[in-house]
Design a protein around this ligand. Structure first.
Ligand code: 5GP
Ligand code: MN
Length: 339
């Protein structure tokens, strides 16, 4: 199958790949949209915005994800239509995969032989689609979806704008990460003009914790370890802690960012130990501390300030190594930190 690929924005190629995706979308009728397992605000926002745009064009659209959306996104418009399945044998004309550096990240099997349109902003995307639009300069996949929706000639409704804003608000870590550009604000301005209320969005996304989650935050911060003279924070959670606070895994979202509010802390690593022994590792950092580089050394990926991976084996065997590499990343990042 002929492949079309693009990795840089603001170029002729950028315009070209959007045009090719637009043409393929316009001439196809039935679509399946998907994104990565354990969806976040960018994956939800990108998919639902895209779904509303395809609805507006009269297309048939399904959204299939491996895991349910986090609870506080469930009352956003259109989120209820997301189907949860780990296997799909769809009768569709194209699958649009958003936010996935490789197809396996979807956690949805059975998509390999479909006409795949790959839209992603993660470094290291493997270009698995028939059409690959890969723009690492986008602060959120939602920025790319915004461009595509515009190219498709679909008006920016309040519903679409809400999901584009949700994608950007969450994937920039509420405008904390280093990948924000003037474009980010241009798009946000347009979403606000289309009816998005940033104050309400911030409250809905960040101030919707349950009491159980507040307890969990307390327990996690109480047990937080500081290493590297307080520059690295280490958090660990298991099912017993979740249960004690009446929480589920979904309630852990966002907690990783809290240690970064301490001035000295430059990076955070969060170990989530599941009962089957699997350990998910999430990392966040400030400025030029590159946690993606650390994640890639363990088979994961992400962005400079937000990355993750799954431990292959026992945490005890790699924990010291992970911390060592993070300390090295902090050291390296601090040398280039803006004053
Ligand atoms: P989180 O810590 O929120 O799970 O992920 C932070 C960022 O790293 C997200 O952009 C996410 O897509 C990426 N990421 C997390 N885990 C993995 C992984 O196992 N592989 C890859 N390629 N990216 C990951
Ligand atoms: Mn993203």
């Amino acid at each position: 199958m002929a492949r079309d690929t693009m990795t840089r924005s603001d170029s002729d190629e950028h315009t070209n790949i959007i045009g090719r995706i637009r043409d393929e979308v316009l001439r196809r009728r039935r679509f399946l949209l998907t994104s990565h397992a354990r969806p976040d605000g960018d994956s939800i926002g990108s998919q639902v915005a895209m779904a509303f745009a395809l609805d507006a064009l009269g297309k048939a659209v399904r959204i299939v994800n491996a895991d349910p959306p986090p609870e506080h996104y469930q009352d956003f418009p259109g989120v209820g239509r997301i189907e949860i399945a780990s296997q799909a044998t769809p009768e569709v004309d194209a699958v649009i995969v958003m936010e996935c550096s490789d197809l396996g990240r979807t956690g949805v099997a059975g998509l390999e032989d479909q006409f795949l349109i790959n839209i992603d902003h993660h470094a290291g995307n493997t270009h698995y689609g028939a059409l690959n639009w890969h723009d690492v300069s986008a602060a959120a996949c939602g920025e790319m979806v915004f461009d595509l929706i515009r190219a498709l000639g679909v008006p920016l409704t309040q519903e679409i704008a809400t999901h584009v804003y949700l994608a950007i608000l969450t994937d920039t870590g509420s405008f904390h990460h280093s990948n924000i550009t003037p474009r980010t604000f241009d798009i946000c301005r347009e979403t606000v003009e289309a009816g998005v209320n940033p104050a309400i969005m911030a409250r809905r996304v960040f101030d919707s914790n349950s009491f159980g989650k507040l307890k969990l935050i307390g327990a996690l911060l109480d047990s937080m370890e500081l290493v590297d003279e307080g520059r690295l924070a280490v958090l660990r959670i298991d099912d017993a802690m979740l249960e004690a606070c009446g929480c589920t895994n979904n309630d852990t979202e966002g907690i990783i960012n809290l240690p970064l509010t301490a001035r000295e802390i430059q990076a955070v690593v969060f170990f989530k130990v599941s009962p089957n022994g699997e350990v998910r590792v999430s990392m966040r950092s400030k400025y030029d501390v590159d946690v993606r580089f650390v994640a890639t050394q363990f088979g994961g990926g992400g962005h400079k300030n937000a990355a993750g991976f799954t431990v292959d084996g026992r945490l005890e065997d790699v924990r010291a190594d992970i911390l060592q590499r993070l300390i090295a990343a902090i050291e390296h990042g601090l040398q280039t930190r803006p004053q």
